[in-house]
Write a protein that binds this ligand. Structure first.
Ligand code: 7TS
Length: 422
């Protein structure tokens, strides 16, 4: 149910902010779950930094460096406000979701996880929220346990209480699956995990860009996401953490900017957030991310979510008409704007390749979620994903392209060489 001051998206106006859609015929970009397009105001903000006040931050006693510092810190405040963090020093700028999760695994993990402890993950996880925990488990002798999913692609919440024991120190899970679009019932999982004495890390790479996420309401301990999946530039990501946890954690990377005082043999460390931002950060990118937050906030995260839900329902209906198609994941109302599918007799890479010739960009492969692929019993799928700039016409072009792929592949059957899986 939309809130009182709800304003639907003006998709036509939004598309004008993205120069990439100016070509004819326009690109049907259906791969925003990988990385989104960038609106002009974000590029402009970064250009302004490079053209008028480019300098390093937190050190220069001259005007342009002070300006750069102010803009960088303003971006941190915007990100804090976006996810309703209490204080902006709870926002650590990293390179991406992957680095944010690795930071927690190395810093919090090394200080808190011991042999015999258990870390609970889910079968939906992107490799970014799996491999860092495997490495931690190998370093410490901890064990990984997994929450499975139902045949509908929903997490099997009934198993959770059995999985959580006094040995469980951490639950790390995605908010939205990048393959199935499944929205996980975070609030109840976090409450249950906390009741069992475990901390919770949320991989919000596919949620923060698409709907309102409130870290205080969720009460998660850590939350990670990437700028490039939310209309921001590549090279900047975010780690949010509870203040007392971040304060207790040892540094992740050592070097300049993260110290208070350095002796030959020992150092003391800077306060948050500098303690976790060693070296010169991605200054232009953080400033760009701040402007991406402005852009999304101005469009309205609620409106973005409603728009994606409409596209998702429309796409489900239209795709179901395609012969031999298998759609993976739960019903549209239980998921975000991602649709994974396969078409009988056509490799997903061939589907993506043929769609590309029609100006339609989708992703094909294992989507960095191989355990989930194994669970689904496939090696790969095709995947279309939506964002604020997509239209029903993009969905039509996807469906037309898929029918073309079927015709082409039926014609070439019998002439093809066996292909390797990429
Ligand atoms: N977690 C989830 C849920 C993701 O979808 C991704 C990237 C990551 C973590 C890693 O993000 P990064 O910015 O650190 O790379 N997902 C995808 C995808 O679905 N296709 O390409 C990248």
């Amino acid at each position: 149910m939309p809130t009182a001051n709800f304003r639907p998206l003006d998709v036509e106006a939004i598309r004008k902010d993205f120069p990439i859609f100016a070509s004819t015929p326009p690109l049907a970009f259906l791969d925003s779950a990988s990385s989104t397009q960038t609106p002009h105001p974000v590029v402009e903000a970064m250009d302004r930094y490079y053209d008028t006040y480019r300098s390093n931050i937190h050190r220069g006693i001259y005007r342009i460096s002070e300006e750069a510092t102010e803009q960088y810190e303003r971006a941190r405040q915007k990100v804090a406000k976006l996810i309703n963090a209490q204080r902006s020093r709870q926002i650590i700028f990293t390179r991406n979701t992957t680095e944010s999760i690795n930071l927690v695994a190395y810093s919090w993990g090394s200080a808190n996880i011991r042999e015999g402890d258990e870390i609970v993950l889910t079968v939906l996880e992107h490799h970014s929220n799996l491999v860092p925990w495997q490495l931690l488990a190998q370093r410490t002798g901890a064990t990984l346990r997994f929450l499975e999913m139902t045949d509908e692609g929903l997490l099997d919440f009934t198993q959770l209480r059995d999985l959580l024991t006094e040995k469980t120190k951490l639950v790390a899970l995605t908010h939205v699956s990048n393959v199935l679009g499944t929205i996980t019932p975070l609030q109840s999982i976090i409450e249950t995990a906390h009741a069992a004495g475990a901390k919770v890390v949320v991989d919000a790479a596919q949620s923060v860009p698409h709907f309102r996420v409130d870290v205080q309401q969720l009460d998660c301990d850590f939350l990670a996401f990437s700028g490039h999946k939310m209309c921001g530039p590549t090279g900047v990501g975010v780690l949010y953490g509870k203040l007392e946890l971040l304060q207790e954690m040892p540094p992740f990377l050592g070097g300049g900017s993260m110290i208070r005082a350095v002796e030959r043999d020992v150092s003391t460390y800077a306060d948050l957030p500098a303690k976790f931002e060693a070296g010169t950060p991605s200054i232009a990118e953080a400033i760009g991310l701040g402007h991406a937050v402005d852009y999304l906030t101005h469009a309205g995260l609620e409106a973005i979510h409603v728009h994606e839900q409409e596209l998702l329902k429309y796409a489900h209906l239209r795709l179901q008409d395609i012969e031999g198609i298998t759609l993976y994941g739960p019903a549209p109302h239980q998921k975000a704007g991602v649709i994974a599918f396969n078409i009988a007799g056509i490799h997903p890479h061939d589907i993506a390749g043929i769609l590309d010739t029609q100006g339609v960009a989708i992703r094909a492969g294992h989507h960095c979620a191989q355990p989930l692929m194994h669970k689904l019993g496939v090696i790969a799928t095709a995947r279309a994903s939506f964002y604020l700039y997509n239209t029903t016409e993009d969905v039509e072009r996807l469906c037309d392209g898929l029918r073309k792929a079927q015709t082409l592949m039926t014609r070439t059957k019998g002439h093809e060489k066996p292909r390797r899986n990429r």
